[in-house]
Design a protein around this ligand. Sequence first.
Ligand code: HEM
Length: 431
Amino acid sequence: MTTQPQPPAAGPGPDPGLFTWEFAADPYPAYAWLREHAPVYRTRLPSGVEAWLVTRYADARQALADQRLSKNPVHHDEPAHAKGRTGIPGERKAELMTHLLNIDPPDHTRLRRLVSKAFTPRRVAEFAPRVQELTDRLIDGFAGRGRADLIHDFAFPLPIYAICDMLGVPREDQDDFRDWAAMMIRHGRGPRGGVARSVKKMRGYLADLIHRKRQALPVTPDPGEDLISGLIRAFDHGEHLTENEAAAMAFILLFAGFETTVNLIGNGTYALLTHPAQRARLQASLARHERDLLATGVEELLRYDGPVELATWRFATRPVTIGGQHIAPGDPVLVVLAAADRDPERFADPDALDLSRRDNQHLGYGHGIHYCLGAPLARLEGQTALATLLTRLPDLRLAADPADLRWRGGLIMRGLRTLPVEFTPQPDTGH
Ligand code: HEM
């Protein structure tokens, strides 16, 4: 490893200041330092793996679109000391891991085209009343209490029920999904046993559901058909989707669409509650039934403190140069979306939250061929959740000192463990 300047804050480990508790609470000063002094920085991750962190916007965009950087973990030149415990998904080549985020063209092109046919913007738009109903029902659950933990009571259940509905998981099974997903989030970096069991249960359930839906599939497509049925139909029409790929697809939709949206609602609400002037502007515009500030505002919240801190793993398949730094084949590359989205070379006054920001091509949903497939659904959920919260609970306020809030200490995602709030109790709307 070449000698490099070190980030300023002191802390344990080979990279002082990175991956500590303080860093998890506010990683932005360390990212600002990296962007300026070591924009493509080789670091040792807590798992022991060495990887390159890319922090400047221009480099990040280039890396996300560079097809010499593979998504397939077979290209990882895994060091012997880290074997089997790197936390790189798909490393163990589990069946559910052959999904969009772990594959390259031509398989990626084929699978993405196929799922895009089932996951259309029209289908998402038709889903808006259901997302509104879910949102209201969840708020009804705590509105009379005057206090809530917005992660547990709201941000967490909303996306899992929404994506289950969209996939076509029957209502009576959705609580099982919620519990498996909870286990995967809560213990994602903890005890392996619980996660493995949850993944196994989810895999068994999805295989069985796909089988049952195939038996019951009507000959002519129903316009309101669920996503899993749409995938099976494509499979039955010879589009070369194996049953395992269908299960992996359902799994990645659940997985990619879950913790991300929890964090959009959690981080977004937190940012609004700690920026009273911006929040007041949004509330006033919602009271006038305007949607413009809500739309630009949710994009700004994604840029300012987005759910995906680092894009998922990439591995160099050939020698690549990023930001003047040579990267050898087999090396992992992690694009730090949270750092790129605060780059002053790209965004004016990047550390300020400005809900009406216009020139805002942020990387919160990624870029290139792996650009978030679920972005329209995420926008729908984020906008509905924030608008309904602020309208129904107009005096919503934090019930904790921001310094006491704990952030999940994961590598890829950024989100709060809890978000205690209080407000004047509201009557039930009967949803
Ligand atoms: C990919 C962010 C919600 C499904 C991605 C990527 C990002 C991202 C950054 C690219 C990762 C990379 O290149 O390494 C987000 C954020 C969300 C969100 C911030 C919420 C605010 C959703 C939802 C779904 C979804 C609701 C689906 C239900 C996917 C899928 C991919 C993806 C399937 C892989 C696409 C591919 O590889 O072609 N997302 N996502 N996401 N997202 Fe999202």
